[in-house]
Design a protein around this ligand. Structure first.
Ligand SMILES: NC(=O)c1ccc[n+]([C@@H]2O[C@H](COP(=O)([O-])OP(=O)(O)OC[C@H]3O[C@@H](n4cnc5c(N)ncnc54)[C@H](OP(=O)(O)O)[C@@H]3O)[C@@H](O)[C@H]2O)c1
Length: 365
């Protein structure tokens, strides 16, 4: 029988402390479309003998890697793992098999895996093999550590963050579309961190034409995967010399292929107002994109908000005033107060000389 954690599972460590340590092992990992997982092997007395994280898709799973490091010490051990061990063959064999074969006595799990290929099967296999299983230890912290994964596996859609840099009075660009450097280096580095947490970064044609961005992660020492650029194209042609074209972009079109983009993957997603953004986001979700960052201009940001596709907003407010004639943060109609969208502000912080505001949008799933 699965049971809830008791206060003193080990003499030396409480299980929740060990689980937090397992979460910490995942820092800097980016294994999407797989989840971030950390695993620790402990002796019956609570002494840590091995600890590992799942670093990248295709690399060893955390449990298998930790068990391999533990060697014969894994027999009779307790394994603390942030996520229910997988029960299916993917690029690597099931972790349940590795745990059973290693002779583990007990497995302490942070949260069940909502992936339909696991979804309780991992726990059942362990229990059928006579392993004691404890679930639900630091579950909220485990989920918060990889919100996008749990969102993706539950809804089929990627977790979508809309990030925009604004003047203090909320304008996204000057009327002549010169908007760069509204914010300082710290805010821009935060933008690069958001890219590093994302599998894809979306912009509209307007941003490609105005700014010619690269949308890659440029942080000193960063060695993780680069997010794939995604262009939402409309009536205007995407310039053949756009910097993004050298970064293997995916281009959503309103119908026929954009001209002059030979060799670039193009997907038709026609909608009434250009590209059907809901179809585009669902396409990304079906193709293993777990976390999306929208870094486009106000048109794409507003359209994504109106379509109910945005889960989180990050606005950086710089120390400049736009004085009213520039572009809004997001386009839309604000004729009367009921047109406004309600968000939940979760965090406000100074970031260098700028302000960072993070808000979430609750949606029916
Ligand atoms: N402050 C910031 O953080 C930030 C970030 C990015 C950009 N910007 C600024 O924003 C300005 C560009 O703004 P923008 O609004 O034109 O850029 P955008 O939102 O990136 O691009 C909008 C364009 O995307 C195409 N599109 C196709 N389907 C669409 C759909 N369903 N919904 C919305 N757009 C669709 C349309 O192209 P067609 O017109 O060709 O049909 C549309 O005009 C530039 O000045 C840039 O510097 C600021």
């Amino acid at each position: 029988m699965t049971r809830r954690v008791e206060d003193n599972l080990f003499p030396a460590h409480r299980a929740d402390e060990v689980m937090r340590r397992a979460i910490g092992l995942t820092e800097g990992t980016m294994p999407h479309p797989n989840p971030r997982v950390g695993a620790i092997v402990l002796t019956p007395d609570g002494e840590v003998v091995a600890e590992r994280a799942h670093i990248r898709a295709g690399s060893a799973h955390a449990e298998a890697a930790a068990l391999a490091d533990a060697g014969s010490a894994a027999k009779g051990s307790t394994v603390v793992v942030t996520l229910e061990p997988c029960a299916h063959h993917g690029k690597t064999p099931p972790c349940t098999t590795a745990l059973i074969d290693a002779g583990v006595a007990r497995v302490i799990v942070g949260t069940l895996d909502p992936d339909s290929r696991v979804a309780g099967n991992g726990i059942a296999l362990l229990e059928d093999a006579g392993i004691e299983v404890v679930t639900g230890v630091e579950e909220d912290a485990v989920r918060a550590n990889d919100l996008a994964y749990y969102h993706h596996r539950t809804t089929g859609r990627p977790f979508v963050t809309l990030k925009t840099a604004l003047t203090l009075d909320g304008q996204a660009a000057a009327a002549d579309h010169t908007s760069r450097w509204v914010t300082g280096p710290e805010a821009r580095e935060d933008g690069h961190r958001l890219r590093a947490e994302s599998d894809a970064v979306i912009v509209g044609a307007g941003t490609v034409i105005s700014d010619n961005p690269r949308l890659d992660v440029r942080i000193d020492g960063y060695e993780g995967p680069q997010p794939r650029p995604v262009i939402v194209a409309g009536r205007r042609p995407i310039p053949a010399d756009a910097a993004l074209l050298s970064r293997n972009p995916l281009v959503f079109t309103t119908g026929s292929d954009q001209p002059g983009l030979g060799g670039v993957e193009q997907v038709a997603a026609p909608g009434p107002d250009g590209v059907d953004l809901t179809a585009a986001i669902e396409y990304l979700g079906k193709n293993g994109v777990v976390a999306v960052l929208i870094e486009g201009g106000p048109t794409i940001g507003g359209a994504a908000l109106r379509a109910g596709l945005v889960d989180r907003i990050v606005f950086h407010y710089g120390s400049k005033l736009g004085m009213g004639t520039g572009l809004p943060a997001v386009t839309g109609v604000f004729q009367t107060i009921t047109d406004a969208q309600t968000v939940t502000i979760e965090d406000v912080a100074m970031i260098g000389s700028d302000i960072r505001v993070e808000a979430k949008i609750e949606r029916e799933t």
